[in-house]
Design a protein around this ligand. Structure first.
Ligand code: PLP
Length: 391
C-alpha cells in the first residue's frame, strides 16, 4: 500500500542536521553531563499561578469538549492584547485559538495554499517551515538572507522570489538568527505582498523577546490587515510550551474557514488550558517581561564575552532566545563543529545547517541554562573554536 506523497514528503529524509541533537540526548540518557544549548525550552517552568488557574478550571468541570474556535473570553482577551499593541481594530471574530503556534502555522498554510502552489519562507528558518508547507501539498521556496544584511530579507530578494508565489512566511523576532526586522524590511515585505498579491503569514511567537529595536506586526501596515495571518503562541511568552496553546489572528472570513478546518482536525484546545491561557494573558506585560528577562540578561552576558575575541563572529541577536555564531574561521562546517564540540567539551548546540543554506558555517546557541553555567559554556565554546583555527 502506498502512502500519500504529501505525508511521505513532509521531511525529505537524509541528514537534516539533527544528529548532534539526538546524540546529545543519548549521552544524557547514559548519565553523561552534557551542557544542553539546543532547543528553545525555558529553564523555568510554567508559573504556579497559571498552573493553579488550570487546576481550578479543570476541577470546575472545564474538561469536556471545548468550544472549537476558542472560548469567547479567551478570543476577546487575545484580540484586545493585539489591538492594544498594534492599534488595528481586532475582535474575537479575528481570532482562532489553536493547539500552539505550530498548529497555527499548518492551518495558515492550509487556508492560503493549494497543492502545487509556491509558498515562500525566509532562510535561515525555524526547522518545521518547509515541512509545514509540504504537508499542505505546496512547494516551499526559500528567500536566502545573509549575515551581511543582519539576516534581513532584501527588497530585491523578496521581489525576485515572489513572482507566481501564493504566500510568504516571515518570522520576527527570528529563530534562529535573533533578527528583528527593521522598518525598511517590513516596508519591502508589505510592498512585495501587495505587488505580487501574496498572503503574508507572520510568525510572531517571540514578540515579547525584543532586546534591540521594536516589534512591528505587519498587520498594522497600510493595506496589510486583509492579507495577513498572524501566528501567536503562549509557549515562549509564558513558558507554556507543553500546554499547546496559540492562535491565528486573521480577517474574519479567513477565521470562519479556519474554524471549519479546526472542527475537522484538532477539535479545539482543552477548556482548562484555554482558561489558564486567559488568566496568564490577563496578568499583563510585566509577567511577560519576567519570563523574557533571563534571555535578555544572557544576551548581554554573551555580548560581553563575544566582544573580547574575534574568532567567533556574530550578528548581535536583537530578539528571541538564541545566538547565531559564525564559526567559519575554524574551517569547519556548522555540523562538524557541533559534533566536535559535543565530543570534546560535552556542549550541545545546533548546527546552522539544520536551519537552511544561509546558516551554513554557523551554530545556534540556545540561551536556556542558568547565567553562570551559560557564561562558562560560551567561554569554553570560544576557546574550543580558537583552538581549531588552522595555524
Ligand atoms: N515558530 C517559531 C519561530 C518557533 O521557534 C516555534 C517553536 O520553537 C514555533 C513557531 C512553534 O511554537 P509552539 O507550537 O510551541 O507555539
Amino acid at each position: 500500500m502506498e502512502l500519500s506523497e504529501r505525508i511521505t514528503q513532509i521531511t525529505t529524509g537524509g541528514s537534516d542536521g539533527w544528529e548532534t541533537f539526538y546524540r546529545a540526548r543519548r549521552m544524557i540518557a547514559k548519565g553523561i553531563d552534557v551542557t544542553e544549548l539546543t532547543i528553545g525550552e525555558h529553564d523555568i517552568r510554567t508559573h504556579p499561578d497559571i498552573l493553579n488557574a488550570m487546576h481550578v478550571a479543570a476541577l470546575g468541570g472545564h474538561t469536556g469538549y471545548a468550544v472549537v474556535p476558542g472560548t469567547q473570553s479567551l478570543r476577546t482577551t487575545i484580540a484586545n492584547r493585539i489591538q492594544e499593541r498594534t492599534g488595528v481594530r481586532t475582535t474575537a471574530n479575528n481570532i482562532l485559538v489553536t493547539p500552539g503556534g505550530q498548529a497555527a502555522l499548518f492551518a495558515a498554510h492550509h487556508a492560503t495554499c493549494d497543492p502545487g502552489d509556491t509558498a515562500l519562507y525566509v532562510d535561515p528558518y525555524y526547522v518545521t517551515y518547509p515541512g509545514t508547507i509540504r504537508s499542505v501539498g505546496a512547494t516551499p521556496k526559500a528567500i536566502i538572507t545573509t549575515p551581511e544584511t543582519g539576516f534581513q530579507p532584501t527588497a530585491n530578494a523578496l521581489d525576485l522570489a515572489a513572482k507566481g508565489a501564493k504566500s510568504l512566511l516571515v518570522n520576527s523576532p527570528n529563530n534562529p538568527t535573533g533578527a528583528v526586522y527593521s522598518d525598511a524590511t517590513w516596508a519591502a515585505i508589505a510592498e512585495t505582498c501587495k505587488k505580487h498579491d501574496l498572503w503574508l503569514i507572520s510568525d510572531e511567537v517571540y514578540d515579547t523577546q525584543i532586546w534591540d529595536g521594536a516589534h512591528i506586526s505587519p498587520r498594522a501596515l497600510p493595506g496589510m490587515a486583509e492579507r495577513t495571518l498572524v501566528i501567536g503562541s503562549m509557549s515562549k511568552s509564558h513558558a507554556m510550551t507543553g500546554s499547546r496553546v496559540g492562535w491565528i489572528c486573521a480577517p474574519q472570513d479567513v477565521i470562519t474557514h479556519l474554524i471549519n478546518l479546526a472542527t475537522h482536525t484538532t477539535y479545539g484546545v482543552a477548556g482548562f488550558i484555554q482558561d489558564a491561557a486567559e488568566f496568564a494573558l490577563k496578568q499583563g506585560a510585566l509577567v511577560e517581561a519576567d519570563v523574557a528577562a533571563p534571555f535578555q540578561r544572557r544576551r548581554a552576558i554573551s555580548m560581553d564575552i563575544l566582544q573580547k575575541q574575534d574568532i567567533v563572529k556574530y550578528v548581535p541577536a536583537q530578539g528571541a532566545m538564541y545566538l547565531m555564531l559564525d564559526i567559519r574561521a575554524t574551517g569547519m562546517t556548522g555540523q562538524e563543529f557541533a559534533n566536535a564540540l559535543l565530543d570534546a567539551e560535552k556542549i550541545a548546540v545546533m548546527p546552522g545547517e539544520s536551519f537552511g543554506k544561509a546558516a551554513a558555517g554557523h551554530i545556534r546557541v540556545a540561551m536556556t541554562i542558568d547565567d553562570a553555567r551559560y557564561a562558562a559554556a560560551l567561554e569554553r565554546l570560544i576557546q574550543f573554536a580558537t583552538n581549531q583555527v588552522p595555524k
